[in-house]
Design a protein around this ligand. Structure first.
Ligand SMILES: OC[C@@H]1[C@@H](O)[C@H](O)[C@@H](O)c2nc(-c3ccccc3)cn21
Length: 605
């Protein structure tokens, strides 16, 4: 019979059943294998029937690769997949967690901690749609986003990837999935994988489950919680993600009450697949199987057995693919893993690939390359920056408000602090490289200082000094109308961001004390999370949390100078001292410097 699986007019399950029925074990296991692009030559993809390829953080075809280079790379790999006996297209995945972060000149949006402060699910959806277009500009149809972690301790290095400590706010921001994948139309079926068309991407809600609840925020560690606490704090965003038709779910490195999530059959199969009726595919994290054992990779056969039997469908291997393929083949052939488990995994993978139209559209749409870094997307990102900033203080007690700042400053304006003129630091981790970069050469964007200079009336003297010394300040303190001090955290990702003291890195505190001690100042904090502020807050006239705004630094000036009012509200509790942590809204003992939901407002001037 003609290959019915190739006929898009056939019902979805007919296509899946027809194709599955034709597949050898090797072809099935190939579909469950995701490898890193460094290993993914067309020949390897063809020979091992590889179903998916990824770019790890910073893994690019060449430095500053243009969209065309990405398209060429992905299409080359795809040709390897389509030349196999059954011609099942491969699925290329990448972390587009605040815009297409790995790609030179992509629009970088505020990280999720800032988006949570906008309280604007519609904005998040618009951002998702824009990110989907920038990802498609590079020929990629699948992203490992959104992270729907409910970060309960800001000492966690990934707290900025979480929309909020409050599960309901995270649930509301899952609207970004409907931006990435498109909105399920009225009359459409909720709760099954959905993708509207070829200007959308398949999404991945991560990391299932409880990644944001580990002890002391230690990355990949243990989340101690009753089942009720897990369901009420960490699980809610997955209900919304599944209903919105999220195509995939990624498993967390962390453990729940001492059991590795990657080996948790109850939560992956019995709860996510059966109770929540998730119909897409479950993907491991990078070497997630290896890390089931301590030390990691100590018994890879055991890892494969536990992970696959738990219900993982696709494995982000990502390098030792022959070891994985051989190991899984052995476990099926010796009856340890039943063919029914393999068929469930492949069925889910094929459902996503058929649903997203990958069989009909395996190659990139070259007409979309112009979507990367498009001004319209940058304007959207700038709007998101404006709405994400939170005004925490505006004038000392008894003083009149300092913000909005006057655009005319007769004596001039002093701008100080490393983060005023550092595009990389304002973007944070997952930007160009995995850990992110400092400096201004990493990609295209505008720094906070650029924005300030463009906002003030022409001729206004804007003096930038990264770390002005006491002498300079004494000589000039009568000169400047006011100062803007921008300090914060360096870029980081994952474990590198774990931090138990959460102090503003030096010389930030000294700059605050030196400048604000002599000149009226507004302090802008560029960070992935709340930091220790209490010792300095009285010297500041005004204080703004800017989070990790991304490439559109002008959005900061837009609200500082009153083109737009401040509207942002804290998505996280701002603690007084790390000794209080973890401390979240709703806790019996709750004594924050600024509570969840706090944010002063200003009117546009
Ligand atoms: O980039 C792919 C995935 C990403 O989607 C996950 O959110 C994240 O947990 C992650 N960590 C690594 C990773 C960790 C350590 C060394 C090398 C890579 C890889 N990845």
């Amino acid at each position: 019979s003609a290959d019915r699986y190739k006929d898009p007019s056939q019902p979805l399950n007919t296509r899946i059943d027809d194709l599955l029925g034709r597949m050898t074990l090797a072809e099935k296991i190939g579909q469950m294998s995701q490898i890193e692009r460094e290993k993914a030559t067309p020949d390897v993809i063809n020979k091992y029937f590889i179903g998916s390829v990824l770019s790890g953080g910073g893994s690019v075809p060449e430095k500053n690769a243009p969209p065309e280079a990405w398209v060429g790379m992905v299409n080359g790999m795809q040709s390897g997949a389509l030349s196999t006996r059954l011609g099942i297209p491969m699925l290329y995945g990448i972390d587009a967690v605040h815009g297409h972060g790995n790609v030179y000149k992509a629009t970088i949006f505020p990280h999720n901690v800032g988006l949570g402060c906008t309280r604007d699910p519609e904005l998040a959806k618009r951002i998702g749609a824009a990110v989907a277009l920038e990802v498609r500009a590079t020929g990629i149809p699948y992203i490992f986003a959104p992270c729907v972690a409910v970060c309960r301790d800001p000492r966690w290095g990934r707290c900025y990837e979480s929309f909020s400590e409050h599960p309901e706010l995270v649930q509301n921001m899952t609207s970004i999935i409907s931006g990435f994948q498109g909105e399920i139309p009225a009359g459409g079926t909720l709760g099954v994988p959905f993708m509207a068309g070829q200007r959308n991407v398949a999404a991945c809600s991560k990391h299932y489950v409880g990644d944001g609840g580990t002890t002391n925020g230690i990355n990949e560690n243990n989340t101690v919680a009753t089942f009720h606490e897990l369901l009420s704090i960490h699980m809610p965003p997955y209900y919304n993600a599944v209903i919105r038709g999220v195509s995939t779910v990624m498993i967390s490195y962390s453990s729940w009450n001492g059991l590795k999530m990657h080996a948790n059959r109850f939560l992956i199969t019995d709860f996510l697949k059966k109770e929540l009726r998730f119909r897409g595919f479950v993907i491991s994290d990078w070497q997630g199987l290896d890390r089931i054992t301590t030390p990691e990779h100590a018994d890879y056969i055991l890892s494969i057995k536990l992970g696959i039997l738990a219900g993982i469908d696709m494995v982000m291997i990502p390098f030792n693919y022959t070891e994985f393929i051989d190991g899984l083949t052995l476990l099926v052939n010796n009856g340890t893993i039943p063919m029914s488990r393999i068929d469930d995994a492949v069925r889910r993978i094929l459902r996503v690939k058929f649903t997203m139209g990958l069989f009909e559209n395996p190659y990139a749409d070259p007409s979309l390359t112009g979507e990367l870094g498009k001004q319209e997307h940058r304007d959207l990102a700038r709007e998101a920056v404006r709405k994400s900033l939170v005004l925490l203080k505006n004038g000392k007690p008894g003083d009149k408000p300092l913000l909005p700042l006057p655009k005319k400053a007769y004596g001039g304006i002093l701008v100080a602090g490393s983060h005023a003129n550092d595009l990389g630091s304002q973007c944070g981790g997952w930007t160009i490289t995995w850990q992110g970069l400092t400096g201004n050469n990493l990609t295209a964007g505008t720094t906070i200082l650029d924005g300030i200079k463009r906002a003030v009336v022409p001729g206004t003297d804007v003096v930038y000094s990264e770390n002005p010394d006491a002498g300079f300040i004494q000589q000039n303190k009568a000169r400047f109308d006011y100062a803007i001090v921008v300090v914060g955290e360096p870029p980081y990702a994952e474990t590198f961001g774990d931090n138990l003291n959460l102090t503003i890195p030096a010389p930030g505190p000294a700059i605050i004390q030196n400048v604000c001690g002599s000149i009226k100042c507004v302090v802008v904090i560029v960070s992935g999370r709340p930091l220790v502020l209490e010792p300095y807050i009285n010297t500041m006239n005004a204080l703004v949390a800017a989070w990790l705004p991304g490439t559109e630094g002008q959005g900061v000036a837009d609200v500082l100078f009153g083109d737009y009012g401040f509207t942002g509200k804290l998505s996280r509790t701002w603690f007084r001292s790390v000794n209080q942590l973890p401390m979240n809204v709703g806790d019996a003992r709750y004594d924050p410097l600024f509570p969840f939901g706090f944010g002063l407002e200003t009117q546009p001037s």
